[in-house]
Design a binder for this molecule. Structure first.
Ligand SMILES: [Zn+2]
Length: 87
């Protein structure tokens, strides 16, 4: 079983978590064009290798946090609180 380390609760099984998409996506301002707004909504980097993601400890503390996960090996390299910078 895959174990994910919640920065608030510690190590927990993956079934307690839900995926929240790419982390550190900055909201587009209201003045952008339709094409730029579409890109903000739907286009993500989907990188191979180390990737910053948002996760939620849905069946635990309920908090969101960020994680850096290797998409090739599925290894969680780091988890950190929202607002913190990755190491
Ligand atoms: Zn938690």
């Amino acid at each position: 079983m895959l174990v994910i380390s919640c920065p608030y609760c510690g190590d927990r099984p993956e079934i307690e978590f839900s995926y929240g998409g790419e982390a550190h996506v900055v909201r587009a301002p209201a003045s952008v064009t339709d094409e730029e707004w579409t890109a903000f909504l739907y286009q993500r980097s989907n990188a191979r290798g180390s990737y910053a993601e948002r996760w939620r400890h849905a069946h635990g503390c309920g908090r969101f946090f960020n994680a850096r996960r290797n998409t090739v090996t599925d290894f969680f390299e780091q988890t950190y609180k929202i607002g913190e910078a990755p190491a």
